[in-house]
Design a protein around this ligand. Structure first.
Ligand SMILES: *Cc1c(COP(=O)(O)O)cnc(C)c1O
Length: 404
């Protein structure tokens, strides 16, 4: 593990105080910004002035000061040089991919990625931009290498695959990408603070802030972290995908999220403690549970090497109930009778959320892709919350287990 500490890095940032000395930063709600001298404006348009060159802002779809502060905080958390935010995770992801790819270019992506990202790469991008994607098992380095073509611009992976919870060997993939002149882009939505892909060699990290970073299932948001040059490309007035496609984060959202970053470490730690305890108990009962913190998980060794110890192994586990019907019955018992959690997509909420992946968040995949990705029809993904006590939650789970 590297010496980089994301919490320390975030705390080392210059504190932003409110306009009147408030302990929190002010919200800059303006969509347009004045200059003192008319000659400054052409300089902003020519890129000679900007947020980091004289504190010059232009227009709210370009850099906004409040959004930029959140971007810097997230960049510090990821060990990146720079960062900026988007209106959604998918806004950040699609802008990033389009920034790397011109018509006719090629992407190599994991075969168990978020359904929306899969649909974008599999269906949308070839249709609209003539960019093809080859989906491979990214735990098989040979398969990744064989899929690379002279037109490949990026390898796209998720730190923890969804819903199969396989862990990407980021250092090995980064070495391969570098040796072939290809960028490595990592979606780190499932593992904020737990893994810092850029410090392990990745070029760009994207996030859906909608999940753990928000923590309350009330905000849709996303972010991109990478080199200052890459963030500048994304925001370029002529060719920047984040600037021109316009998935702009509202400054009020940036402000709300910045107030949740200080307690993200506490929340991530507690998600991890709860999920590990529940996974261990389920395993003892002989249930088909998958969790990176269990010794029998295929990537447990990799998890111990890449994950930061203080956050454990994350808040997500899966439980295979065999059939869709049994998975549905189990979730209904857990929600409607036992009050263990909610049947809902998404993750990173303070209460437990559960969904049957094959018929929900991964349903963008066709039957063959589903099988190749190892997603069984009865697989229930759980994002373990931290409300209530562990014993209370375990009693609720045991009750549902006894009924299905
Ligand atoms: C939710 C999610 C996304 C999409 O993010 P939105 O904020 O919903 O646009 C992308 N990747 C992963 C891993 C996700 O869980």
């Amino acid at each position: 593990m590297s010496e980089f500490d994301p919490v320390h890095s975030m705390a080392a940032l210059r504190r932003e105080f409110g306009e009147h000395g408030g302990v929190n930063m002010s919200i800059e709600a303006s969509t347009t910004f004045t200059v003192m001298e008319a000659g400054t404006m052409p300089q902003i348009f020519q890129g000679q002035r900007g947020p980091d060159q004289g504190g010059c802002y232009l227009y709210g779809r370009h850099f906004n000061p409040t959004v930029y502060v959140l971007g810097r905080q997230l960049a510090a958390m990821e060990g990146a040089e720079a960062g900026y935010c988007a209106a959604s995770g998918l806004g950040a992801i699609t802008a990033t991919i389009m920034q790397f790819c011109d018509a006719g270019d090629h992407v190599v992506a994991g075969n168990a990625i978020y359904g929306g990202t899969f649909a974008f790469l599999h269906d949308y991008l070839p249709l609209k931009a003539g960019c093809r994607t080859t989906f491979v098992d990214t735990n098989d380095l040979g398969a990744v290498e064989r899929a690379l073509t002279p037109r490949t611009k990026l390898i796209y992976i998720e730190t923890l695959s969804n819903p199969t919870l396989r862990i990407a060997d980021i250092p090995a993939l980064a070495r391969l990408a570098r040796s072939r002149g290809v960028a490595l882009v990592v979606d780190n939505t499932f593992c904020p603070l737990m893994v810092c892909p850029i410090t392990l060699g990745a070029d760009v990290v994207v996030h859906s802030l909608t999940k753990f970073v928000s923590g309350a299932s009330d905000i849709i948001a996303g972010a991109v972290c990478g080199s200052a040059a890459f963030i500048a490309r994304l925001m370029d007035l002529h060719t920047g995908s984040l600037m021109l496609l316009g998935p702009t984060m509202d400054p009020h959202v940036a402000h709300a999220l910045s107030l949740r970053l200080p307690h993200l470490p506490l929340r991530m730690r507690e998600h991890g403690v709860r999920a590990l305890e529940i996974a261990r108990r389920l395993r003892e009962r002989g249930w088909r549970v998958s969790y990176p913190g269990l010794e029998e998980h295929p990537d447990h060794g990799l998890a111990k090497r890449l994950f930061r110890e203080e956050y454990g192994f994350g808040g997500l586990l899966t439980l295979d109930l065999g059939t869709t019907a049994r998975a549905f019955r189990f979730m209904e018992e857990l929600q409607n009778r036992d009050r263990f959690g909610f049947m809902a997509v998404s993750l990173g909420y303070f209460d437990t959320l559960m969904s049957c992946s094959a018929s929900s968040t991964s349903s963008e995949l066709d039957a063959e892709s589903m099988q190749r990705a190892g997603i069984s029809p009865g697989l229930v993904r759980m994002s373990i919350g931290y409300t209530g006590t562990i014993e209370q939650r375990w009693a609720q789970l045991e009750d549902a287990m006894a009924r299905v």
